[in-house]
Write a protein that binds this ligand. Structure first.
Ligand code: URA
Length: 261
């Protein structure tokens, strides 16, 4: 039998679980949160004009990537794209996330940064790169006189992620998740129309460039979604490997030089 706990003790126990990374309540019956819906409801059909027996409703199987492409293409502004992503039902990461993390910074910025996926703090605040790695990113940007909050598009950055929802326990994004969210990322970049994209880390490079191997790719200008792309080491990696900050500094200077000055 459960011990008789005071509300304060229950609250402390819950907080302890949250601190330990628990983010999903276990229910009495198992729920497969990764099962994709097999079928969508059939659209309403007009009455058949003849007396023939009505054909059974056609229930087509919808492809999540095609649906994402359709919904992304229909979005004609950043707020509309955000709404479309919030309404997209196929990615089950949404079920375990507190918030959809769409973007931060100045959408007019010349530079757009693409990261991997929200972590715990990003999920909590609904903004990308606000945890420890995000704080390091802000310091890195400040070192080349840039800031996500800057009003001047020449000094500003605009930030998003490949995935808008936090993967459970910060696991790596799965290929199926990346594939279904990629049309939204492509549209996001098209609508923001930056001059340069910085791909932060391996997963962003995998999604945007179709290539991984960030330690080889970093610092090499390339092209993605029709724009110049600079792959860089992810700030979370730099927190674990401080010696790699030398390489990150070289890449920041390359970005600064490309922007002029
Ligand atoms: N890492 C990312 O790639 N994105 C975030 O928003 C936070 C951490």
């Amino acid at each position: 039998m459960a011990p008789d706990l005071s509300p304060a003790a229950l609250r402390a126990a819950l907080e302890w679980q949250l601190e330990s990374g628990v983010d999903t309540a276990v229910e009495a019956h198992p729920v497969n949160r990764y099962a994709l819906p097999e079928r969508m409801p059939a659209p309403a059909r007009p009455e058949a004009p003849t007396a023939e027996p009505a054909a059974p409703a056609v229930q087509e199987r919808r492809d999540p990537v095609t649906e994402a492409e359709r919904m992304a293409a229909a979005a004609d502004s950043l707020p509309a794209l955000r709404d479309a992503m919030a309404a997209y039902p196929w990615c089950d990461l949404r079920l375990g996330a507190r918030n959809l993390v769409f973007s931060d910074g100045n959408p007019e910025a010349r530079v757009m940064i693409v990261g991997e996926a929200p972590g715990r703090e990003e999920d909590r605040q609904g903004k990308p790169f606000v945890g420890q790695a995000g704080q390091l990113l802000d310091r890195m940007l400040a070192a080349i006189d840039m800031a996500r909050g800057a009003e001047d598009p020449a000094r500003a950055v605009y930030i998003t992620n490949v995935l808008p929802w936090r993967p459970p326990s910060n696991r790596d994004p799965e290929p199926g998740e990346v594939a279904m969210m990629l049309p939204f990322l492509r549209r996001h970049v098209a609508l923001a129309a930056p001059e340069i994209v910085v791909c932060m880390g391996n997963h962003a490079c995998g999604a945007m460039l179709g290539r991984k191997g960030i330690t080889r790719l970093r610092g090499q200008w390339t092209e993605g979604f029709g724009l110049p792309v600079l792959p860089m080491l992810h700030p979370a990696y730099l927190l674990r490997q401080p010696l790699a900050k030398r390489d990150a500094w070289a890449d920041l200077l390359a970005l600064r030089a490309r922007l002029g000055g």
